[in-house]
Ligand binder design. Structure first.
Ligand SMILES: Nc1ncnc2c1ncn2[C@@H]1O[C@H](COP(=O)(O)OP(=O)(O)OP(=O)(O)O)[C@@H](O)[C@H]1O
Ligand SMILES: [Mg+2]
Length: 342
């Protein structure tokens, strides 16, 4: 079954074709980062307009890449939330149009479930139960998954999402937008022990908090400058990254042990972070957990992860009504589709 996957929840217009939930035939992403860079963040109206301009050409290009006709598509999957309402609506409208024109099944997907299914594209179906750490531009969550598509929230951020904090600190030390990847690169030349930033919310169960750490970085730079010392950006980057990642790894390993699972799954754009990947791999190995991590290019938003999640839901007989709208605040635990009565 060849599923067309469409993702427009934020600032990436993404279209993919995936066969049987795993085989990527096309995976195209049109990033708008350059349009938002001068504003230092994503501007919703600019995002919607750019999605509108890109979506149809991208669908056509995906067909060329996959070597097929639109008529060869067997089903359509699209992100219905969470995300920016105007941005989501562009993808949803395009997906509905294809599904109606071809009379093929249509399924709405939660963007965060998509991030989890990025793992399936590489490793095949994941055996439940597992604990998933979802960490992206808008979310930081620890989730227990006892059976397919059932999500129990263990903890989440009380303030900033990790990606958001990476982007803000990156901007503060003069890196561009989105700053996460640039901060990661700069940190590789710095000393993670140079500055002992606070380990935030380390004792607050499975919840996370990053606003205090962010303030600590700003205060450190101001104090240094007040003493006429210019702090080394690479040491700030490495020390900040270490403070974030250390807490993330500690809490993820504790949650997996607590729930008695064997497998830890990572998902979301921040999973592209090299220090998170290496520290989590080390911790999982020492404690005897199997660790699943998507390759960096499938960690950030893409259409293939949506097509994969769509395939597995469609296989269970699920379908979404064609009158579905965008759900900007859709929680991971909420149903996005209904079982086919047939
Ligand atoms: N190597 C990296 N190190 C740290 N952060 C990174 C890295 N690569 C990407 N990021 C961050 O990941 C975020 C983008 O992830 P993603 O595309 O999943 O976010 P989103 O889709 O906007 O948010 P959400 O998935 O919560 O809706 C950005 O904040 C970016 O800075
Ligand atoms: Mg995302």
């Amino acid at each position: 079954m060849r599923v067309l996957g469409i993702e427009t929840s934020c600032d990436e217009t993404a279209v993919a074709v995936v066969e049987d939930g795993r085989k990527i035939l096309a995976n195209l992403i049109s990033s708008q980062a350059h349009l938002h860079e001068k504003f230092g963040g994503v501007v919703p109206e600019v995002a919607s307009r750019a999605h509108l301009e890109s979506i149809n050409p991208l669908i056509t290009m995906a067909m060329v890449e996959a070597g097929m006709w639109v008529a060869d598509i067997d089903a359509v999957a699209v992100t219905v939330g969470p995300g920016l309402v105007g941005a989501l609506l562009v993808g949803i409208a395009a997906a509905k149009a294809v599904a109606v024109a071809l009379s093929v099944p249509f399924i709405g997907i939660n963007h965060l479930e998509g991030h989890i299914y990025a793992n399936v594209l590489t490793n095949g179906p994941i055996d439940e139960p597992y604990v998933c750490f979802l960490v992206s531009g808008g979310h930081t969550m620890l989730v227990h998954v006892p059976e397919p598509h059932l999500y129990e929230l263990l903890g989440q951020t009380l303030d900033d999402a990790a990606g958001e904090a990476f982007d803000k600190v990156a901007r503060f030390i003069g890196l561009g937008f989105p700053g996460g990847p640039a901060l990661d690169r700069l940190a590789q030349t710095g000393d993670p022990e140079a500055i002992r930033f606070p380990r935030a919310a380390i004792d607050r169960g499975y919840d996370f908090s990053l606003s205090g750490l962010k303030t600590a970085v700003v205060r450190y730079v101001r104090d240094e400058r007040a003493h006429v010392r210019e702090p080394a950006p690479e040491d700030i980057a490495a020390s900040f990254q270490e403070a974030v990642v250390e807490v993330q790894v500690t809490k993820t390993l504790a949650a997996a042990a607590d729930k008695g699972v064997r497998t830890i799954v990572l998902g979301g754009g921040v999973v592209a972070n090299s220090r998170l990947r290496s520290l989590m791999a080390k911790g999982a190995e020492e404690r005897g957990f199997e660790l699943l991590i998507p390759p960096p290019e499938l960690c950030t938003d893409n259409g293939a992860m949506i097509a994969s999640a769509g395939y597995y839901r469609l296989q269970r007989g699920e379908r979404t009504e064609l009158d579905v709208g965008a759900s900007p605040g859709l929680p991971l635990q909420a149903p996005t589709s209904e079982r086919d009565p047939a």
